[in-house]
Design a protein around this ligand. Structure first.
Ligand code: HAM
Length: 421
């Protein structure tokens, strides 16, 4: 036998049971997005590398270490998208949605790729459900986007999550924050972890959300949070966001050290964490990115969005719902004549909108009954020599185990009555 090949490290097959759960969650998400007025966009999984370098920032972990980047046959640098915000903004600008829609509420569902070291809740191909609302500076938009995130998690039946919010301020405030941090940390670099020493040089704001205990303690001693660097306008924006969230009864905690790993954020940033998740505790995250639209060649416009990870959302579910395959009738047959009848009966039932399945492996009746059970069939139609002779079909209700003989000619209408009313 030849050696079998395996899926790549950090990637995963979604087998039928899990795929059903994903479909259910995706349908819930679509319903919530619909209520909030979001329309779907599907952008390519590959983009020119420059899109992400320009959007996420040269010194970020994603751009520096995590992009699946390659040269295509024409020597162009291509990247498998590590996130979708940059792609959605590109699509918005490239396709003239700016003129067509102006303010646009867009959502997406799909795979993202990051070359990270795989661990629980961290994959190289993972999946996000996200939204981008482009074309408004209003703080009420930030509040609505956060409320939408909460509604989405509620609809999944994820409980006990915590929403952390913070404000980084505008580009000027962020610069002041970076300078302030540089000064404050100047004499303490030696006390920080090796990663933070590099961050100090390359992307100083990232020092703020280092998970290392020593760095955190050090930070708390010398730095009171991002708030003291906010200008009056950004302070007032943040106050309005918080008040609007209070008004919407969305629970949140202000986390003064929350910065995010992507350079495009300005003003409001947020993250949702859940205790069930362990080290990689963020189910989702997002924020406002008021400079990205112009950075990518559009007219200056405010925007705000978030993405949740599907894999992590599933880890945080309160209960995984019982999922059957939705099969209504399994047709179990014995003998050639019976099989021919069962085979065409299955097709006829499907035509009526009733899911039906029949054996393809030449199994014994007992084995067919086991399969019916495994597939979660509501009924089994049993056809053997006696049934052929009597022109009737034995119908077994799998829940009650009750069996009745149904005349063959009225079988279809009987099933319609039982299953489609
Ligand atoms: P992010 O924080 O990089 O933000 O990712 C959002 C979510 O994607 C994370 O909270 C996590 O659930 C999931 N995620 C990220 N990396 C992985 C991974 N390697 N394995 C499994 N799950 C992962 C963004 O991507 C932004 N584009 C969000 C956004 C939208 N901001 C504004 N609009």
């Amino acid at each position: 036998m030849k050696e079998q090949l395996k899926a790549l490290r950090g990637t995963k097959d979604l087998l039928p049971k899990e795929a059903r759960l994903w479909t259910i969650l995706e349908e819930k998400a679509r319903a919530v997005f619909n209520h909030f007025g979001y329309s779907e966009v599907r952008t390519p999984v590959m983009e020119e590398s420059a899109l992400f370098v320009r959007s996420l920032g040269q010194g970020t972990d994603i751009v520096e270490k995590q992009m699946f980047m390659f040269l295509d046959r024409g020597e162009r640098s291509i990247t498998l998208r590590p996130e979708a915000t940059a792609s959605v903004v590109r699509a918005y600008l490239e396709n003239g949605l700016e003129n067509e829609m102006g303010f646009a509420k867009l959502f997406y569902i799909g795979p993202m790729f990051r070359a990270e070291r795989p661990q629980a809740g961290r994959m190289r191909q993972f999946h996000q459900i996200g939204v981008e609302a482009i074309g408004s500076y209003s703080p009420y938009l930030d509040a609505e986007v956060i409320a939408l995130l909460a509604s989405l998690l509620d609809s999944f039946d994820i409980r006990n999550y915590e929403i952390k919010i913070n404000s980084l301020g505008c580009a000027k405030d962020k610069e002041a924050l970076a300078n302030g941090l540089r000064q404050a940390l100047g004499n303490h670099i030696k006390d920080l972890c090796d990663d933070c020493k590099v961050r100090y040089e390359k992307n100083i704001l990232r020092v703020l959300d280092c998970k290392n205990e020593t760095c955190r303690n050090e930070m708390k001693k010398i730095f009171k949070g991002t708030k003291e660097y906010l200008c009056a306008e950004c302070l007032s924006h943040f106050e309005t966001v918080k008040k609007a969230l209070d008004g919407l009864k969305v629970n949140y905690n202000v986390e003064p050290y929350l910065v995010r790993g992507l350079d495009y954020y300005t003003k409001t940033t947020f993250e949702v964490v859940h205790k069930k998740l362990g080290a990689q505790d963020a189910i989702g995250a997002g924020g406002r990115y008021d400079n990205l639209i112009s950075e990518l060649g559009g007219q200056p416009k405010g925007a705000c969005g978030f993405a949740i990870g599907m894999e992590r959302s599933i880890m945080a579910l309160q209960e995984v719902p019982e999922l059957d395959g939705g099969l209504k009738i399994y047709i179990a047959t014995m003998g050639d004549e019976a099989y021919k009848l069962g085979f065409s009966l299955a097709m006829a039932l499907r035509g009526q909108g009733i899911s039906a399945e029949v054996d393809f492996e030449g199994k014994s009746l007992k084995a067919q009954m086991r399969t019916a059970d495994r597939l979660g069939a509501k009924y089994v139609a049993i056809i053997g020599d006696n049934e052929i002779k009597d022109h009737s079909i034995t119908l077994r209700n799998m829940a009650t185990k009750e069996q009745t003989a149904v005349p063959e000619r009225s079988f279809a209408s009987e099933m319609e009555r039982k299953l489609l009313k």
